[in-house]
Ligand binder design. Sequence first.
Ligand code: SF4
Length: 755
Amino acid sequence: MKSNRSSHPGPAAGLEALASSLKHILHERAMKPGVKALLRMNKPGGFDCPGCAWPDPKNYSITEFCENGVKAIAAETTGKRITKEFFEKYTVADLLQKDGYWLEQQGRLTEPMRYNPKTDKYEPITWEKAFYTIGQEIQRMEHPNEAVFYTSGRTSNEAAFLYQLFGRELGTNNFPDCSNMCHESSGVAMTEAVGVGKGTVSLDDFEEAEAIFIFGQNPGTNHPRMLTVLERARKRGCQILSFNPLRERGLESFIHPQHIVETLLNKGSAISTHYYQPLVGGDFAVLKGLLKAIFEASKKNRYQLDQDFISAHTVGVDELKADIAQTLWEDIVQQSGLTQEQIVEAAEVYLRSSKTIVCWAMGLTQSKHAVITIQQIVNLLLLKGNIGKPGAGLCPVRGHSNVQGDRTMGIVENPSESFLEALENVFDIVAPRQRGYNTVDAIRAMNAHKVKVFIGMGGNFVSATPDTSFTEDAIKKCELTAYISTKLNRSHLVTGHQAFILPCLGRTEIDLQNKVPQKVTVEDSMSMVHTSEGINKPASEYLLSEPSIVACMAIACLPNTKIDWAGLVSDYDRIRDKIEKVLPAFENFNERLKQPGGFYLGNAAREKRWNTFTGKANFITAPLPMLSRKPGQLRLMTIRSHDQYNTTIYGMDDRYRGVKGERKVIFLNESDMRKKNIESGDVLNIFSLASDGIRRMAKGFKAIPYNIPEGCAAAYFPEANVLVPLNSVADKSHTPTSKFIEIEIEKDDRQGIDE
Ligand code: SF4
């Protein structure tokens, strides 16, 4: 394993990405609708990729998508259908034996289904009957907080706005969402430090940046079009510094599949100029080290820092300087897993650059010290005035196409007073003020029998959440669960006493209201709001749109509603007119959507307006925690494979990491394997160690030697989520610590992987 690079021989993307894309389209029997959809994806007048939230360039190409965008479209435009005959054939108990990949492979849901506990099977039900039954159950609740409304980041702005309006007219703020498990830590950190919970950069800034730092992110799989931007930046001399415990191929070498010559010659472009592999959980120490090196360098020349910006726009620099001065290099080196030389080298790149962007993803957000770690990124950028200037800024890269938009629409358990007041004024309702449940709270409440009704708008709750066994038991305590979905997944099989599957239209499908095609809108990682309009015939005549399902459910649940739900969904422009009234940033909403590519929502910090408790940008710091590791213990991080999108499993391969046809694998450092007398391919059981004293186990994982620091390991979610204790969350953001799980491994003496 000696070489210091990832195990994949060739560059990322290129011919392999083209071949894989074609394979998925063919495999899903989606050639015609799939290709038709791809040619309209991520373009004005077309629809938005239901994959990640990477923005669309103004000068888009005819094929403005990546391999994983193709997988998402193939999965949605698949020719396979799940009909009532399918559910007659399988009991829920049968289906629970199937893995996520098999369930995903069964095709699109086609009609509303209701679970029959007597037969343990789902049976067809009419929409009217389904809404009536759900309505009766909600009306039977003793308190509105007995209902939970979960949202996955694929939900459009219009559906999300109606969904929160429904819940708030009902009287609850129980709006857990997938953001709770991903960038919540980013939102909390940035709001405290610079007064806004969203990234401050635009796509154009990447064309000007002189240095781009990337922490805890694997764009090659999770935001592939970002590689196009990084390749261009690298070619014009921008320094690209990657910090990731794992060597990720996309951060090393990349071929843009539309560059025919390079693709045919399999000639990759280098991406990272510097690649550092800190320990799992070592980023806080790395960033403190960068700050220390920068302060030490600025002693020789104080103008290496932007003194004017610091004095005009920030507070707390002296406290930061004092904290960093008393943080010892030996602690930084020990806690980060990097050498002082490496950190100083990276700091020198930062100091030479006058325009720096810092990108990050789950590698930073899903650990106990996530919030304070991300605030060190803010500190780093503030020292050189790299917020609010072209070519520089904060860039949390969102993993779900509209996760940022949903939050903007009010999908949050603790909405602002101004938002609730605006809602009350516009809709003449009384909005609840009691803080609602985030994802972890909702699971605890379900376990405590405090939740009667769980509604899931998209997503795969039981697979996305931590502590799988506990979470599944908690869900089963609900009186009723209902999921608004396009495809079958495990969450449909872990049911409340009553359960419904409510199949909805996909992003690629035409949404007719009163025979008029409707547009929805999404907001990407960089606060661009644009339309998405389906182009394909729906997969079934019985599908309803997300907004329609919410409106029908609200009408059934709120007999005294004051809101014209039917009117709102008869023409989505009306929903947007209401959004505009509640959210001033959406002024002239429908009008501005006519601009090709949509419009920018704005970002106060980008304009150096600091909506913080000090009215300035805050330098925030805290002592470096001295994390220790007992002998034999490892730090596990959960990851996605290249054939996976969030909890959706498109395939069983992970090409860039050399894995084929399996998912129950654990990536280990070779010397750790030697110390434990583990051979490549040995089957292991993984145990997590938690403060609640429960020894959680994941059985039958195959050992794979990989380029990862000693003492660290990685395994795929959702398979490894059973190891993440529910109570193990990030400070302040309550995000599950899926990227820092303390484990022990032992050989599985049965030597067989049980699927
Ligand atoms: S980069 Fe993200 S948004 Fe773009 S096509 Fe790929 S998955 Fe879709």
